[in-house]
Design a protein around this ligand. Structure first.
Ligand SMILES: Cc1[nH+]cc(COP(=O)(O)O)c(/C=N/[C@@H](CC(=O)O)C(=O)O)c1O
Length: 398
């Protein structure tokens, strides 16, 4: 009956977690999946989340279905975080926002929506991008292409090539963009480059789809949303998927959002309705527990302020690890340039190690990076960074 079903080869990122867990090496280090670990190598529960959890737990309350779009407070929290608390488009009711099952759920609903209502549109992702971007859009029968992004030789962005490629695309083609903390390269456009890119997107009548999964880990909450807010200022139609997995450290609660910025209130109502219809036919409604945590933290002024501080502390620890790794590697291999480590933003560093070198780190040292050489810098701490730097120096020297 099922003998014709293909074996699943596994996911290049999630599959690493299983291998890491099974590794008996006492010195093993997990630099694979994009998860923030604290200085003690522990996945933190943020203090603001602890408070929210206590409020949810006492008094304990029933767990009815949520609306298809999720809790209004969760949706409001997404909108204010992405567009700014006083954004005119929010006052004018021009944003259709739903709470989703993480950023992945937001991308899936967005992909389904595009397949249904823009069937001629192709989706173009950066080369390279987060691998699941391609799987999610192709899984919704949206044809996926790649736009030039990363130049391996110079560890920089192929900006002119990217712009030239955008100029060749068709009206309503979708451009999947990382507003900050690009995964896997860590390389972000400057504000001037965003302005240029968005002008071309506007001129070609392309549809920007911005996936922001690490807001607050780059510069700050507002700066990290620059591209999103610039697109709004320009009057562009815009899709934004956001994730609270990383900046609320709520990975397993599956909380995110999908927002669509529309030209008129009538179009916003139409889009919002169809987003609900799409949710209903995929998973019906989002999870309530995580949604309530988001609602409480995002809408309680004191908790929101505490949350921002906790995100910036995570950001700053990652930045400190970048500086330390760069200095240790420079000391060990003086003739090699490691500037890329501190030029990159967010959780990831694209190390440029060859697949063989990545494999050696794993098999000889128990250090796990994604096979494309992406390192999750948040897995480093003062206890393991010398071990990791020594191992990287060893494989780089040979
Ligand atoms: C750019 C991006 N967008 C969306 C997601 C999905 O987020 P979530 O809210 O958990 O559904 C992730 C997760 N990335 C990390 C984990 C994973 O691969 O699923 C990663 O790149 O390691 C991203 O890196």
């Amino acid at each position: 009956m099922f003998e014709r079903i293909d074996y699943y080869a596994g996911d290049p990122i999630l599959g690493l977690m299983e291998k890491y867990s099974a590794d008996s090496n006492p010195n093993k280090v997990n630099l694979g999946i994009g998860i923030y670990y604290d200085e003690n190598g522990v996945l933190p529960v943020l203090d603001c989340v602890k408070t929210a959890e206590q409020r949810i737990a006492d008094p304990i309350s029933p767990r009815p279905y949520l609306p298809m779009a999720g809790l209004p407070g969760h949706r409001k929290g997404c909108q204010e975080l992405l567009f700014g608390k006083d954004a005119q488009i929010l006052q004018d009711g021009l944003v259709a926002t739903i709470a989703t099952i993480g950023g992945s759920g937001a991308l899936k609903v967005g992909a389904e929506f595009i397949h249904e209502w823009f069937p001629q549109s192709k989706c173009y992702v950066s080369d390279p991008t987060w691998g699941n971007h391609i799987a999610i859009f192709e899984g919704s029968d949206v044809e996926v292409g790649k736009y030039p992004y990363y130049d391996k030789a110079s560890s920089s962005i192929k900006f002119d090539e990217m712009i030239a490629f955008f100029e060749t695309l068709n009206k309503d083609d979708v451009i999947l963009l990382h507003p900050c903390c690009h995964n896997p390269t860590g390389l972000d456009l400057t504000r001037e480059q965003w302005d240029t890119a968005l002008n071309v997107i506007q001129a070609r009548e392309l549809i920007p789809f911005m996936d922001i999964a690490y807001q607050g880990f780059g510069e700050d909450m507002d700066s990290d949303a620059y591209a999103i807010r610039k697109a709004v200022d320009m009057g562009l139609p815009l899709f934004v998927s956001n994730s609270f997995s990383k900046n609320l450290s709520l990975y397993g609660e599956r909380v995110g959002g999908l927002s669509v910025v529309c030209p008129t209130v009538d179009e916003t109502e139409r889009v919002f309705g169809q987003l609900n219809a799409t949710v209903r036919r995929i998973y019906s409604s989002p999870p309530s527990h995580g949604g309530r945590v988001v609602d409480i933290v995002m809408n309680d002024e004191a908790l929101h302020e505490q949350w921002v501080g906790e995100v910036y502390a995570m950001r700053d620890r990652i930045k400190a690890m970048r500086l330390k790794l760069k200095s240790v590697l420079e000391a060990k291999i003086p003739n090699r340039n490691f500037d890329y480590i501190t030029r990159q933003n967010g959780m990831f560093s694209f190390t440029g190690l060859t697949p063989e070198q990545v494999e050696r780190l794993q098999s000889e040292f128990g250090i796990y990076m994604v096979s494309n050489s992406r390192m999750c810098v948040a897995g480093l701490n003062t206890s393991n960074i010398d071990y990791v730097a020594n191992a990287m120096a060893d494989v780089l020297k040979d």
